[in-house]
Design a protein around this ligand. Structure first.
Ligand SMILES: [Zn+2]
Length: 325
C-alpha cells in the first residue's frame, strides 16, 4: 500500500523476500509536469507485483513514469526498464555503464572475481555465489534509455527541483537527491537508519571506505527537514551519520587488531576472525552470499588501513596477505 509522506511524494514499500534488507522504499513524485519514480526493486515477481500495483493505485501506468536511480544495485535498479518503458532512466554517470554496458559490467565482475580469489575466497564458493547472487541474477535486463547525471546537476521533475549530490562509497556513483525548497533529502543507501550500509571494495574506487567516510562528512553538512532512505525507516541525519562514522572507526580498529593477531593472511581468513551479526555457528557455516558481503566489507576496511599506512598488503603467486605496519 503506497502512503503519501508529504504533499505529492509517496512511498511504495517493495518487499525483498529472503533478503536481510527486508524492504525497498520506492518513492513516487507526482507533479503537473509528470511523474518521477525513485528506485524500483529487484527484477523478481514479488517486487514487480508490489511496485506496479502501488503505481496503479496512484494512477500511474507502466511506461508512464521516468525513473531516477540512487545507485546501480539490483534491489534499486532491477525493474527500472520495465517501469520506464520508452522513457528516461536517470542515474549518476559514474554508475550508468554498469547498467547499460554489458561488456563494462562483465569486465567489472571479472576484476572482482580475481580480487576475491587473491584474498583467498574458495573457488567452489565463488561458483555457487555467481549462480545465486541476486546482484547478478536480478539485475535489470539490457534495454532501457539511461541518462547519466553529474554531481550538482539540477533536475526539474515530478513537480520538484532536485539537486544531484554524488556521494561515492556504497557504490562509486551513489547519489543523494536534495530538494532544497522543501528540505527533503533522498539518501538511497548512503545513509540508512536501522541497518549499516554495506561498504565493499570496487575496481574503480581504490579506497571505497575512505570515499564513503568523506561522503558521510559531506552529507552531514545538510540540514533536511525530512530524510528518505532507500530501505526501512527514517531518522535524524546528523545523529545517524555520527553513529556510522563511529561504527567504521570501531571496525577499522577491529580489522587492525585481527591483522596483528593473524599476520600474513588474506581477507577471507581475516573476515572469519571479525565479528558479524549473522547467526551462524561458525565462519564455515556462514551462508555463501553473506560470506561474500563480509569478505567485501573486510577488504574495504583493509584497503582503507592500507591507504592510511597502518597495514601493508603483499601479493605473491596470485595470493594477497596483510601485515600491520
Ligand atoms: Zn545498495
Amino acid at each position: 500500500m503506497p502512503e503519501e509522506i508529504v504533499s505529492g511524494i509517496y512511498r511504495i514499500p517493495v518487499p525483498l523476500v529472503g533478503n536481510p534488507l527486508k524492504e525497498l522504499n520506492a518513492y513516487l513524485l507526482k507533479g503537473a509536469d509528470g511523474n518521477l519514480l525513485i528506485d524500483t526493486g529487484f527484477r523478481q515477481p514479488a517486487c514487480r507485483e508490489a511496485l506496479f500495483s502501488g503505481l496503479r493505485e496512484l494512477g500511474v501506468r507502466r511506461g508512464e513514469v521516468e525513473v531516477l536511480l540512487t545507485h546501480l544495485h539490483s534491489d534499486h535498479a532491477g525493474l527500472a526498464p520495465e517501469a520506464a518503458g520508452e522513457r528516461t532512466i536517470y542515474i549518476s554517470e559514474v554508475d550508468r555503464p554498469s547498467l547499460d554496458d554489458r561488456s563494462y559490467r562483465e569486465k567489472y565482475w571479472g576484476i572482482m572475481d580475481v580480487r576475491f580469489r587473491e584474498e583467498g575466497f574458495p573457488r567452489h564458493l565463488m561458483a555457487k555465489m555467481n549462480e545465486t547472487n541476486p546482484a547478478r541474477s536480478m539485475a535489470p535486463p539490457s534495454g532501457g534509455h539511461y541518462e547519466g547525471l553529474a554531481d550538482g546537476q539540477i533536475l526539474e521533475k515530478g513537480g520538484c527541483r532536485i539537486q544531484c549530490l554524488l556521494m561515492p562509497g556504497h557504490t562509486p556513483g551513489q547519489m543523494c537527491y536534495w530538494l532544497p525548497e522543501r528540505g527533503i533529502l533522498f539518501t538511497g543507501d548512503h545513509v540508512l537508519f536501522d541497518i549499516t550500509p554495506n561498504i565493499t571494495s570496487w575496481p574503480i574506487m581504490p579506497d571505497a571506505l575512505g570515499s564513503y567516510l568523506e561522503s558521510l562528512n559531506k552529507i552531514r553538512a545538510y540540514e533536511p527537514a525530512l530524510t528518505l532512505p532507500g530501505h526501512r525507516k527514517t531518522g535524524d541525519l546528523k545523529a545517524r551519520v555520527d553513529q556510522l562514522l563511529c561504527h567504521h572507526q570501531r571496525r577499522l580498529e577491529e580489522a587492525l587488531s585481527v591483522v596483528k593477531a593473524h599476520p600474513g593472511r588474506g581477507a577471507y581468513e581475516l573476515a572469519g576472525h571479525m565479528t558479524w551479526k549473522i547467526r551462524a555457528s561458525s565462519w564455515e557455516n556462514f551462508p555463501v552470499a553473506q560470506k561474500w558481503f563480509a569478505v567485501g566489507e573486510c577488504m574495504s576496511h583493509l584497503d582503507h588501513l592500507t591507504a592510511l599506512g597502518r597495514v601493508r598488503r603483499e601479493t605473491a603467486d596470485g595470493k594477497a596477505v596483510y601485515y600491520a605496519v
